[in-house]
Design a protein around this ligand. Structure first.
Ligand code: NAD
Length: 471
């Protein structure tokens, strides 16, 4: 049921006053600004909004996308802080930065370039049409940034969405959705292009998968949600888990390798699916690399300290299986160090230490700023282990090497969606590397870093008999 809150009353009054000031007809929104209790209501509203949106054309899409970009930029500090306080994982500075980067680097309407074929038979154009309502599922690790990136891609492609956010990041996802809708309604007169379930559950996710009016799914998260989406009869874009390995060989610039491993592995306390999760370094340079790490605010743990941290970081789950202790996911390096019996400066970026390959920190996608380093006899062994512990996700892999043959070999063996050489993992999403950004990297289903094109249907228009060819 619609709650008559102060915020809602204020926003309705603002709408009316601003429309009157502009001399525009007073077109008051439904007042929900995208936030719904029930999936069927959210989908129905998103369907209606999308039909109106489609009629308005490309300029309206640009305006809607600009609303999302503007709010992510102008209110990054407030929204980043809200996300940090709600989820209690990661680092505030990166929550804020992710929103700004998402606004700046996520591609919009300009990405939809029509393809044309012209010849003696005439002209064929291939255009990119919307699907309609897209169902999206977002992770707790970047609740609003994922939603905002998806929103930019999906609106640019002319669609609307219904979102089932992670329950632990639902408040910020709803707040962002409400703000985006308010701004979009103000700019183009349509409410509920972006809809969201206020109290998400696994059942509401399933209801989105099952709703006939949802034409396409985009899920971002771990293995369970990926499997659930792939079981659904509709097409799913799955941005699944990773466990990105780093290989360092004897030709690498070790100082650069250390800085990059710290930069990528510590970003938002290693919550990124692309973040450096384990390192395989050849014996010849192993100690030198470990030394280099300590020069850039990373602290090395000894075997006993690693053992103590491991006891805290992994617990017994269902059927006695070893699982990650969720309480330690995304916590600061200094907090993890306490569990290792060590007191270190609060601004320590990363903790690290030597383990063998069978260690749980190597095997699991830990999402903590502790990175295990495994010594290998040669680079071929390092690459083989990197392949083994990436678990076939084909998500992200990183190498530090100056040997082009080694780089090429690893690229081929890993077969990952993202492959970074001599940089931090974040370079692959435009952070110090070239290219655009999305927080949904579709790995098992192969769409890669999502763009507006990912959310379109190709349509072809053909003029035969030489028609429309103008010379
Ligand atoms: P999670 O899998 O616990 O949750 C992700 C989303 O899926 C949440 O909204 C959750 O409620 C929902 N969900 C979980 N199980 C479900 C099921 N059976 N049916 C329907 N919905 C279900 O993951 P998380 O902790 O929020 O995020 C971290 C994980 O996401 C990591 O594995 C990380 O690698 C991955 N991730 C991948 C990408 C990418 O682009 N490939 C981006 C961010 C995060």
């Amino acid at each position: 049921m619609l709650q008559l809150t102060d915020d809602l009353i204020r926003s309705v009054v603002q709408e009316v006053v601003s429309a009157m000031k502009n001399g525009a007809p007073v077109k008051v929104a439904s007042g929900r600004f995208g936030v719904f209790d029930k999936v069927d209501d959210a989908v129905a509203a998103a369907k209606k909004a999308q039909a109106e949106f489609e009629k308005l054309g490309l300029d309206a899409r640009r305006k809607a996308v600009d609303c999302v970009r503007r709010i992510c930029t102008e209110r990054a500090e407030e929204l980043g802080r809200d996300e940090f306080e709600e989820t209690k994982i990661g680092r505030l500075v990166h929550k804020i930065e992710k929103l700004k980067t998402c606004a700046e680097k996520t591609p919009g309407v300009e990405f939809l370039r029509t393809e044309a074929f012209s010849g003696d038979n005439g002209v064929t154009v291939q255009e990119f049409a919307p699907f309609g309502v897209v169902g999206i599922i977002t992770p707790v690790t970047h609740s609003l940034p994922t939603l905002a990136c998806n929103a930019i891609n999906i609106l640019a492609a002319g669609n609307s969405f219904v979102c089932n956010p992670h329950p632990s990041g639902a408040k910020i996802a709803c707040k962002g959705t409400r703000l985006f809708n308010e701004a979009i309604h103000h700019a183009i007169g349509i409410d509920n292009l972006l809809t969201i379930i206020e109290n998400p559950t696994l059942e509401s996710a399933q209801a989105i998968f099952d709703n006939r009016d949802v034409r396409l799914l985009c899920v971002t998260g771990g293995p369970a949600v990926g499997r659930a989406a792939l079981r659904s009869p509709k097409r799913a874009i799955v941005a699944g888990p990773g466990n990105p390995p780093v290989v360092v060989d004897e030709t690498a610039d070790l100082d650069n390798a250390a800085r990059c491993i710290i930069q990528g592995g510590s970003y938002d306390n290693n919550l990124l699916c692309i973040g450096e999760k384990e390192v395989f370094a050849v014996a010849d340079i192993f100690e030198e690399l470990m030394q280099a790490m300590t020069r850039y605010k990373a602290v090395r743990l000894d075997a006993k300290q690693i053992e103590a941290l491991t006891k805290a970081a992994f617990v017994k789950g269902e059927g006695g299986k070893e699982v990650i202790n969720k309480d330690l996911i995304g916590q600061d390096a200094a907090v993890l160090a306490k569990h290792a019996g060590l007191s270190i400066p609060a601004d320590t970026e990363l903790i690290f230490g030597e383990t063998d390959e069978h260690h749980p920190f190597v095997d699991h996608e830990q999402m903590m700023p502790f990175v295990p380093f495994v010594k290998t006899r040669d680079v071929d062994t390092a690459i083989a282990l990197a392949q083994k512990y990436e678990h076939g996700f084909r998500h992200t892999a990183i190498i530090h090497s100056r040997n082009i043959d080694t780089i090429t070999k690893m690229a081929r063996v890993m077969d990952t969606t993202l492959f970074v050489q001599n940089g931090p993992s974040t370079a692959s999403l435009g952070g110090g590397g070239e290219g655009y950004l999305s927080f949904s990297i579709a790995t098992p289903t192969g769409e890669g870093v999502t763009t507006p094109l990912t959310f379109t249907r190709q349509r072809r228009s053909t003029t035969a008999a030489g028609g429309l060819r103008i010379f």
